[in-house]
Ligand binder design. Structure first.
Ligand SMILES: O=c1ccn([C@@H]2O[C@H](COP(=O)(O)O)[C@@H](O)[C@H]2O)c(=O)[nH]1
Length: 277
């Protein structure tokens, strides 16, 4: 979806209209309610479609983690494509992020970019920065799309590399990466970075480093990130500025046949919390 001011302008419009949630669509087959469909990939597709419909009212974006689809092989890829196509048709202005954490040499990235943006139809992709800006050019030169670069993350042990001091000032690697993305990689205004809600102090440093760049905030729901503290230190000045993701806490709010209603209520509560903070 090409928009006049780029993909994040669309996100800013949602934020200004009170849709603050990024709903994570990670269909874990072991947690899907019974009776949706016979085949796994179809179950995942129906589940994601119902969750999207139930939560769109509060959603600026949907984030599909490709692993949950890729594990099912060809039918899983079809489920991913069908889910994206469905969101585009039923909720056309919602931003679709594919969380695939790509990053390879440039000619391989060319095909990763083509796959995610053109074949699958996503608006935004997550990438790893480890191989440098030049290798990521096939993503970065897509001004009609968005690129979210891993800055800081939410999982245990993530500091092993991300916290190492680098550069002449000895800043942590995650901060150095975020600074580079905001200052050197964002020529087309299509970049964002990640931060983990489990460590708000790092989010604060990232916000300081990137100005008003959007930040994909991970770890807010099931991982127990501190919502209030993240909002206090993480919001941008020109807009909400946080692509505030919650996956499991919304998807699996109920394991019964009322899963969609429960997801609606969970997304509503999360949206209110984000709006109050
Ligand atoms: O640092 C990271 C990077 C990615 N994720 C992804 O977010 C969801 C998990 O969200 P929950 O709300 O905790 O269910 C999943 O797709 C991860 O790969 C992350 O959590 N942390």
């Amino acid at each position: 979806m090409a928009t006049d001011g780029g993909i994040y302008e669309l996100m800013r419009r949602h934020w200004s209209q009170g849709r603050l949630v990024c709903v994570g669509l990670d269909p874990d087959l072991s947690r899907l309610p019974a009776g949706l469909a016979t085949h796994d990939a179809e179950r995942a597709t129906v589940f994601c479609r119902e969750i999207a419909d139930a939560t769109a009212e509060f959603a600026a974006a949907f984030k599909l983690n490709s692993a949950f689809f890729e594990r099912m092989g060809v039918p899983g890829i079809q489920a991913l494509e069908c889910t994206i196509a469905y969101i585009k048709q039923a909720h056309p202005d919602r931003v679709v992020i594919v969380d695939a954490k790509r990053g390879d040499i440039d000619n391989t990235n060319l095909y990763y970019a083509e796959a995610v943006f053109d074949t699958w139809g996503a608006d935004v992709v997550t990438v790893h920065p480890y191989m440098g800006r030049e290798s990521l050019e096939p993503f970065l030169r897509r001004g009609d799309k968005g690129v979210i670069v891993m800055g800081a993350n939410s999982c245990a042990g993530v500091g092993e590399f991300q916290d190492l001091p680098v550069g002449s000032e000895g800043v942590p690697l995650y901060e150095y990466v975020c600074r580079r993305v905001a200052g050197n990689w964002n020529r087309l205004g299509n970049c964002a970075v990640t931060a983990g809600a489990t460590e708000p102090a790092k989010l604060a440093r990232i916000r300081h480093a990137v100005g008003d760049l959007p930040i994909l905030l991970l770890g807010l729901g099931a991982q127990g990130g501190d919502v209030d503290e993240c909002l206090r230190v993480g919001k941008a000045q020109d807009s909400f500025g946080l692509i505030a993701n919650s996956s499991r806490a919304i998807l699996y709010a109920s394991s019964g046949s009322d899963f969609a209603e429960a997801a609606h209520r969970a997304a509503a509560r999360f949206n209110q919390r984000l709006s109050d903070g």
